[in-house]
Design a protein around this ligand. Structure first.
Ligand SMILES: O=C(O)c1ccccc1NCC(=O)[C@H](O)[C@H](O)COP(=O)(O)O
Length: 303
């Protein structure tokens, strides 16, 4: 990938000011400053530090080699396209900034089995450690179970460095998430191209029209997610998808993310154009009813 600094990270300097994290891209002639307000900026800032720690434990060259030898990824795009109804991407997360603790004793492999049996089209695993209590080991455990049912696994994280993409592949991820709000356009294109060159699909996440313009102009993403949660304020509204989905060309797979509590909400997203939904919190809070809720969400058909 072009533009890497000697230590492998293009975004190796950042500074905090009162409310924003600023990532300074050193690879271009003049500094490019990307402002990431609120909690999202905090998460990215922390993430940059933990990536550097991970690189010390396991160098990028080693991670790259493991990734190259991993089994061929499953296609999220084909999985969703081949389903008649709305595909459920069932998420697992131990905690989140908005909900607090969800399941600190989560058994990822067991939950993966529940999601597969309930008819989930794919499984999303939150691997960020400081705000979601996740880990790449959670994803590795899920991938073993999901692969046996041919269910693709998504690495849900704040991906800002190619190291995380190699790490994802090495752990068995089939696809990754790129959040436009965390990236400058050139870095988005580079990370997208790296992932697809490794055979992984990319779920590109946007929240508003300016982000959607970047998502669609830099590369040609097949799968576009609209997050109903404002990652700067954490407020959730299903109207975000309803408004923005209209602006996405119909030849793309539209994914509604966040804030869905029941099959009625999934149906509402379907009528607004969603071909897939990404659901986490309500499944994590469902307790013993998790299979029933996942089944109901996975069975929704519209039109
Ligand atoms: O969930 C949060 O609190 C959160 C805070 C800051 C950045 C991202 C966050 N969540 C990531 C997600 O977007 C959700 O995990 C995913 O879309 C599922 O949403 P939900 O069904 O509402 O858990």
């Amino acid at each position: 990938m072009s533009g890497s600094c000697r230590n492998g990270s293009r975004f190796n300097r950042f500074r905090r000011c009162s409310r924003k994290t600023q990532l300074i891209d050193q690879s271009k002639s003049g500094p490019v400053v990307i402002e990431i307000p609120g909690i999202l900026g905090e998460i990215v800032e922390k993430r940059l530090a933990t990536i550097e720690e991970a690189k010390k434990k396991r160098p990028e060259s080693e991670m790259r080699l493991i990734a190259e030898n991993a089994s061929v990824p499953l296609s999220l795009q084909r999985t969703i396209a081949s389903k008649s109804g709305i595909s459920l991407i069932a998420e697992m997360k131990r905690s989140s900034p908005s909900a607090g603790s969800l399941d600190p004793t989560l058994d990822p492999a067991h939950r993966a089995g529940l999601y597969c049996n309930a008819g989930a089209a794919a499984i999303s695993v939150l691997t960020e450690q400081d705000y979601f209590s996740g880990s790449i080991d959670d994803l590795a455990a899920v991938s073993v179970i999901a692969r046996a049912s041919r269910v693709p696994v998504l690495r849900k994280d704040f991906i800002v460095d190619e190291y995380q993409i190699h790490e994802a592949r090495a752990a068995g991820a089939d696809c990754i998430l790129l959040i436009i709000a965390c990236l400058d356009p050139k870095q988005y294109a580079d990370l997208f191209n790296l992932s697809t060159s490794m055979g992984m699909d990319v779920l590109v996440e946007v929240f508003d029209e300016p982000e959607l313009d970047i998502a669609l102009s830099e590369v040609e993403p097949h799968i576009v997610g609209i997050n109903n949660r404002n990652l700067k304020t954490l407020e959730t509204s299903l109207a975000v998808f309803e408004t923005l989905a209209k602006k996405i060309p119909d030849d793309r797979i539209k994914v509604a993310e966040s804030g869905m509590k029941n099959s009625g909400d999934v149906e509402r997203m379907g009528y607004a154009g969603a071909k897939a939904v990404l659901v986490g919190e309500s499944l994590m809070k469902a307790g013993t009813d998790v299979s029933e809720l996942a089944q109901a969400m996975a069975a929704v058909e519209v039109g």
